[in-house]
Design a protein around this ligand. Structure first.
Ligand code: MG
Length: 357
């Protein structure tokens, strides 16, 4: 069964002091990142963005209201599916897995609300004094997307007064329809509320290293570019060491296992494979986790050939493969001053560092 999603983007960012939804995280705005997490999801009908304009397939942009109530209620007018997910545009780090879970459970239980535990102690403050403790075991922070039966949440809206003061739709559902079904939320699915939420807490670093032995009779491919040379790199795949180091950096930053585990060299399907094809699989893993590349740093270590004439072409090709601006990629080549195996020109190595958010 399909579901629609409403992305609430109408709120004014009082606590940040400027339009946080238009701020960029890497190359995309907060709003675009939130929308992208839903694009192409299986069983998704339409994406209704309330209060802002944004591009995307099946995206319908509609007007917001003066309050969250008015905005979401207006969005609900355009929902045609039997299940609806309502998401805050200020949560750009939501993963595809969480979205799928909420959609499935909302269909099964009538509602599905992602909740995460608190790690700080909680107290009630009155007149500037701590008066009592709150039982942390029973207290949860509520996230979005929140999933509902469309008919039920419409009914809740019709029963609520328009100036009802509520912070999210789970409150209305619980008040007028039934207790909400709780789903384990994701601690990384943070809401951008203050400026420091943008980067620090969500940036992830990764590094990778690879080395291959030179062999005659094979083309030398580096970053997907064929370099005229008498040797290529001995490997089960095409031996593109910089792309291998890069994939390992991306995977480790995403908390995944390395390419040796993902694409074992005992598997005949990877024999002589173009490493750019493997990179696409790695990028798909990042896409599932709604992770974007902020920057890439690659160093190729080779005594010979001289790589400086090819650096720009390699960088451009990398930018294409990663759908990233070239200025987010730094690429350099160095030698080992004739020292060691690389200095004796028996092998070529590559090192990569990446930053994801
Ligand atoms: Mg390798």
């Amino acid at each position: 069964m399909t579901y629609d999603v409403i992305i609430a983007a109408g709120g004014v960012s009082l606590r940040v002091g400027y339009d946080k939804l238009s701020e960029k995280i890497g190359e995309k705005t907060v709003l675009q990142r939130a929308v992208n997490a839903f694009l192409g999801q299986k069983n998704l009908g339409r994406i209704i963005v309330v209060g802002k304009t944004v591009d995307g397939e099946n995206v319908l942009c509609v007007e917001g209201g003066k309050t969250r109530h008015e905005s979401v209620e207006n969005g609900l007018r355009f929902v045609t599916a039997e299940t609806v997910l309502i998401h805050d545009a200020a949560r750009p780090f939501v993963t595809r897995d969480l979205i799928e879970k909420i959609a499935e459970d909302a269909e099964q239980y009538g509602s599905a609300i992602p909740c995460v535990p608190f790690f700080d102690s909680l107290r009630v403050v009155e007149d500037g004094c701590l008066v009592s403790s709150v039982d942390r075991e029973k207290t949860f922070a509520v996230q979005t997307p929140q999933g509902f039966s469309t008919a039920a949440i419409r009914k809740a809206f019709s029963l609520a007064s328009p100036d009802e003061n509520y912070t999210d739709e789970s409150e209305l559902y619980a008040k007028f329809i039934a207790p909400c079904h709780v789903v384990a939320g994701d601690p990384n699915n943070k809401k951008i509320t203050v400026e420091s939420d943008f980067y620090g807490l969500n940036a992830r670093i990764g590094s990778g290293f690879d080395v291959h032995r030179y062999t005659p009779g094979k083309p030398l491919k580096l970053c997907g570019v064929t370099i005229p040379y008498e040797y290529g790199l001995l490997a089960h795949s095409d031996g593109d060491a910089p792309l291998h180091a890069l994939m390992d950096a991306l995977l480790t930053a995403a908390g995944e296992r390395d390419i040796g585990v993902l694409f074992p060299d005992t598997d005949p399907q990877y024999k002589d494979i173009d490493s750019a094809v493997l990179l696409r699989t790695v990028l798909h893993i990042l896409h599932r986790k709604n992770l974007e590349i902020l920057s890439v740093n690659l160093t190729v270590i080779a005594q010979s050939p001289r790589l400086s004439p090819y650096i720009e072409e390699m960088r451009k090709n990398l930018a294409n493969l990663l759908s990233l601006s070239p200025d987010r990629i730094s690429l350099s080549a160095t030698t080992t001053e004739n020292l060691g195996l690389i200095g004796e020109n028996k092998a070529l190595a590559a090192m990569a560092s990446v930053l994801l958010v």
